[in-house]
Design a binder for this molecule. Structure first.
Ligand SMILES: C[S@@+](CC[C@H](N)C(=O)[O-])C[C@H]1O[C@@H](n2cnc3c(N)ncnc32)[C@H](O)[C@@H]1O
Length: 300
């Protein structure tokens, strides 16, 4: 992958204001439509809520064992596909002596009020990550499986993440499992269909179950650690379950236009389908699952 220099990065003055960006979902697709989510104000809210949900599930923002080094400072951290930038904003505030960079193809991240030790850059990962080889001590990737085709994920995102990570540095991937636990019939239909929807755009939502294999096959790790957490979805599951339900409602709303077309449903039928899924959550006490995979890069 060709490296780009800083002058090739779109400057922040080219920012698309989220307010000017409230387009119909049909117009929001990226990478020829593989990524189904929009890039508007509602998406910033969705990503913020999802961040707090994930932090509540995991009780932290990362698993890699470098907390002390982050406190002591001098470390460089990259968040790829940073979205609203919320992970960077929290991490940069918590670790003021470490430097944080967030990159994303869309400017949902803040441009005027981030901690001094953080910077956001608008760029397309598919054109190469605009940093030299071995720049970062920690490369963080969260919830990017829906944004890339299988080929892009393996041959661009993973390779680029590894390229910019130092030898001795750490990489963490965190992804949702598309398959729910204790599925009722509607949730099963939802889960099967969302996997097919992604496949129809050359995506593969099943990548998360194989991230350790992908990382190990690069031969750049001696070991990869896999952690996962189950989280209740639905008001039966208390505060966490309600946050999960809210996440589901926000996500299904965000992809409503494209996904209802794929399902061959009218918007009204789609809304009813979402309500049926919500009923399933309560009746079968559904859980979702999230994964973290991380390892230390040992060679180039
Ligand atoms: C589901 S969001 C996750 C955001 C963030 N990582 C988080 O967990 O809150 C996926 C992000 O990937 C970004 N993205 C999609 N394709 C990209 C590309 N080719 N280069 C850079 N970012 C991309 C989208 O703009 C979106 O912000």
């Amino acid at each position: 992958m060709a490296k780009r220099n800083e002058s090739q990065i779109r400057s922040s003055s080219s920012r698309e204001s989220p307010n000017e960006n409230n387009l119909d979902n049909q117009e929001h697709n990226d990478n020829n439509g593989v990524y189904p989510f929009p890039h508007d104000d509602n998406e910033i809210d969705r990503l913020h809520s999802q961040h707090y949900y994930l932090r509540m599930i995991w009780q932290n923002n990362f698993s890699v064992p470098i907390k002390q080094q982050l406190i002591e400072g001098g470390m460089k951290v990259l968040d790829i596909g940073t979205g609203s930038g919320i992970w960077i904003l929290e991490m940069a505030s918590e670790y003021p002596l470490t430097t944080f960079k967030g990159i994303d193809v869309h400017q949902l991240f803040p441009t005027d009020c981030s901690p001094k030790n953080s910077e956001f850059i608008q760029c397309d990962v598919l054109e190469g990550i605009p940093f030299e080889d071995e720049t970062f001590d920690f490369v963080h990737v969260r919830d990017l499986v829906p944004a890339f085709t299988q080929d892009q994920w393996e041959n661009v995102l993973l390779r680029e993440a590894l390229r910019v990570c130092k030898i001795g540095g750490w990489i963490q991937f965190m992804e949702w499992d598309p398959i729910f636990i204790n599925e009722g019939p509607n949730i099963k239909k939802f889960s099967d269909s969302i996997i097919e929807f992604s496949k129809s755009k050359q995506g593969n939502l099943m990548i998360p179950e194989k991230i350790d294999d992908h990382l190990l096959s690069t031969k750049k790790f001696s070991s990869v650690i896999h952690e996962h957490k189950y989280c209740p979805t639905g008001s039966w599951g208390g505060t966490l379950g309600k946050m999960g339900l809210n996440d589901f409602m926000q996500a299904t709303e965000a992809i409503k236009s494209n996904f209802s077309n794929f399902l061959n449903m009218s918007l009204q039928e789609y809304e009813q389908f979402v309500q049926d899924c919500v009923q399933d959550f309560e009746e079968t006490r559904t859980y979702t699952k999230t994964h973290r995979y991380y390892g230390q890069k040992i060679s180039n």
